[in-house]
Design a protein around this ligand. Structure first.
Ligand SMILES: Nc1ncnc2c1ncn2[C@@H]1O[C@H](COP(=O)(O)OP(=O)(O)OP(=O)(O)O)[C@@H](O)[C@H]1O
Ligand SMILES: [Mg+2]
Length: 359
């Protein structure tokens, strides 16, 4: 049996080997563990995570508890309570946007559910405790305002565009700036200018995640975005059909060309969730996206079945309400957590690279 003092120093030294999922840095360096106590072999402490990590806070605390427990046979039990660490988000270069992770949701073709996924992911990440903004970069056919039942014209306050709020989530879309059914012919510089305004001149506040709904197909918006700011990465949506998977390949190539990291692939419309019996039927087959993800070494983030209520409610501007149904929200929660894990893995790899000695 180790005495409390040696157990204390053993455990404190072990913090070198457990990483903060947000920054990827060892907990020994981030000041996130506090309120230590060791009584009769029982260890208690508090782990304070950032709001960026909130979606995976509980699983991180559980993993930390198991990690501590495994350090010594003298430990009879470990209790980890969760707290919050506030960490200011630095502004991104010239753009001045304060968003920790800017994530593009794209696909190789239209109609696969990019906007549905982008909006649902944003709502879900917020529900799981993070600070989230949603930007509709589909300047050709903005659909985010419609999905969320939002309207109105953003005001200019102190030289900044005030985003339209979906409850507590700021949203910006070309849909707020155009007259209804107005068609726009975009020329390159205009496109660049409007994306820049959305990012630089909008009062987003401080965000953990800015989720960007990408227009279908062509890479001009992806290119514009990647030139303006460092994207944390892209999420690719595809449907199970082979054709869509070939198209997904196009989207993957597009993001790779613009040096945007791939955070993961989602399979949408993966089977039909029958409202009568709650069973899922694989109409177009399924699993193709997972195979594709495995073959190119990108995380598979999860799948979303065809869910009639999701379509009908979002058509009526009630996507947020549709996600109050646990059956509808479950796949998106799974995907949101997988995405945060994918970012945590990248952060950990990057901080490892940064910590390498310079030879
Ligand atoms: N999992 C799902 N279950 C049921 N309906 C869905 C699902 N995903 C998307 N849809 C429906 O499919 C249609 C297309 O979805 P969405 O607009 O999100 O696709 P998109 O890829 O953004 O399209 P576009 O290329 O036009 O921007 C919408 O009517 C939406 O409600
Ligand atoms: Mg869309």
């Amino acid at each position: 049996m180790q005495d409390a003092a040696s157990l204390d120093s053993l455990l404190k030294a072990s913090l070198e080997n457990f990483k903060d999922p947000d920054s990827g840095r060892p907990l020994s360096k981030t000041g996130q563990v506090s309120d230590w106590s060791i009584t009769d072999g029982h260890v208690a402490c508090k782990l304070s995570l950032t709001s960026h990590s909130k979606p995976i806070a509980q699983e991180t605390a559980d993993a930390f508890r198991d990690f501590l427990q495994a350090q010594s046979e003298s430990i009879r039990g470990v209790t980890v309570t969760l707290g919050t660490q506030h960490r200011p988000t630095p502004a991104i270069g010239q753009i001045g946007l304060k968003a920790k992770s800017v994530i593009a949701v794209g696909a190789g073709k239209g109609g696969v559910g990019k906007s549905t996924l982008a909006a649902s992911l944003a709502i879900t990440l917020e529900k799981l405790g993070s600070r989230v903004g949603l930007m509709d970069a589909d300047v050709y056919g903005p659909s985010v305002p419609h999905l969320l039942g939002l309207s109105g014209r953003p005001e200019i306050v102190d030289g900044k565009i005030k985003p339209i709020m979906s409850e507590t989530m700021p949203v910006m879309s070309m849909g707020f700036l155009l007259e209804k059914d107005q068609a726009v012919v975009w020329r390159g510089p205009m496109l660049h200018g409007s994306i820049q305004q959305f990012l630089r001149d909008t009062a987003w506040g401080e965000l953990d995640y800015l989720i960007i709904d990408m227009p279908p197909g062509t890479g001009d918006v992806a290119l514009t975005l990647s030139q303006m700011l460092p994207l944390a990465g892209a999420v690719i949506v595809c449907t199970p059909q082979e054709v869509a998977l070939l198209d997904a390949g196009k989207a993957i190539a597009m993001f790779e060309k613009t040096k945007v990291p791939l955070l993961g692939i989602v399979e949408n419309m993966s089977g039909f969730l029958c409202p009568d019996n709650g069973k899922t039927y694989d109409i177009f087959g399924r699993g193709g996206a997972r195979d594709k993800a495995d073959s190119i070494g990108v995380p598979f983030l999860g799948d979303v079945p065809i869910y009639m209520q999701l379509r009908s409610e979002s058509d009526e501007g009630r996507l947020r309400e549709a996600l109050n149904d646990p059956v509808a929200s479950k796949p998106f929660e799974h995907i949101a957590r997988a995405l945060v894990r994918s970012l945590a893995d990248r952060a950990s790899q990057q901080s490892q690279i940064a910590a390498l000695p310079v030879l």
